[in-house]
Design a protein around this ligand. Structure first.
Ligand SMILES: NC(=O)c1ccc[n+]([C@@H]2O[C@H](COP(=O)([O-])OP(=O)(O)OC[C@H]3O[C@@H](n4cnc5c(N)ncnc54)[C@H](O)[C@@H]3O)[C@@H](O)[C@H]2O)c1
Length: 239
């Protein structure tokens, strides 16, 4: 099961896991997008708004791999940050993963095998201005992932985060104007100064690179890798 599988990193994960032999369930609020990816990978589409926690609880969670990926961004100074957006981001990016894991673990425990992969971010480890909700949710996801790792280990379940810096996806393209406004700079300067400013390797990641890390975490080679974070931030957190 890949949440947010209709676009960007989630789509790349669906394609990659299917290539590795998985029967993929693409979960997204974007019905057409989820359907298109499901058709492409020979999987199943489920349309749901993951910020609706009752709807999350109602999902069929009999899965052995769960990729918590769905997310969104909102860029605004703390003193102006819309309170409903803060709640929405925490619900979608922290409470929904908790509900999904809570529902999926009994099935994984029954089989004695499971993989939880949480698409965190460099912002699970480092803060940036104007991203209070996102940074808070991702830091929380890091903690949740570690608890899952400790509880899941005796049952053959691992849980890890993957932490990319900026990846070339619609989520990033959609925030350039907001970043320019918040930082008081020109849109054409956002990529170089804000997004790649703290990164030593001066390039955007591609979604496939994140999907490769997810696939590795689900492979036999990563059986003892749990409770940790696979950081692919081009050296950002080396500062
Ligand atoms: N793009 C980056 O630079 C970057 C970097 C680090 C981490 N991430 C993380 O990767 C994940 C995926 O991001 P992306 O860049 O691929 O974004 P994206 O916008 O391309 O895709 C996000 C997907 O989530 C879905 N989604 C959003 N809200 C939803 C909801 N309420 N219910 C169901 N589905 C919903 C969207 O429809 C979309 O298909 C996010 O968790 C993001 O925080 C992204």
């Amino acid at each position: 099961m890949v949440t947010g599988g209709a676009s960007g990193i989630g789509r790349a994960c669906a394609v990659r896991l299917a290539a590795d032999g998985a029967a993929v369930v693409v979960v997204d609020r974007d019905a057409d997008g989820a359907q298109a990816v499901a058709a492409e990978v020979g999987g199943t589409a489920v349309t749901v708004d993951l910020s609706d926690l009752d709807a999350v609880d109602a999902l069929d969670l009999d899965v052995d791999v769960l990729v918590n990926n769905a997310g969104l961004q909102h860029v605004a100074p703390l003193h102006e940050f819309p309170v409903d957006r803060f709640s929405l981001i925490l619900r979608l990016m922290l409470e929904a993963p908790f509900r999904l894991v809570r529902g999926a673990l009994p099935h994984m425990y029954e089989r004695g095998w499971g993989r939880v992969v949480n698409i965190s971010s460099v912002h699970g480890l480092r803060a940036s201005p104007y991203k209070s909700a996102y940074v808070t949710a991702k830091h929380g996801l890091e903690g949740l992932s570690k608890v899952i790792a400790l509880e899941g280990a005796p049952h053959g379940v691992t849980s890890n985060c993957v932490n990319p810096a900026y990846v070339r996806t619609p989520l990033v393209e959609g925030q350039i104007a907001d970043q320019a406004r918040a930082h008081g700079m020109r849109e054409e300067d956002v990529l170089g100064e804000v997004m790649l400013g703290p990164v030593a390797v001066k390039r955007l990641l591609e979604p496939d690179e994140v999907a490769d890390a997810v696939a590795w975490l689900c492979s036999p080679a990563a059986t003892s890798v749990t409770g940790t974070s696979v950081v692919m931030d081009g050296g950002w957190s080396a500062h």
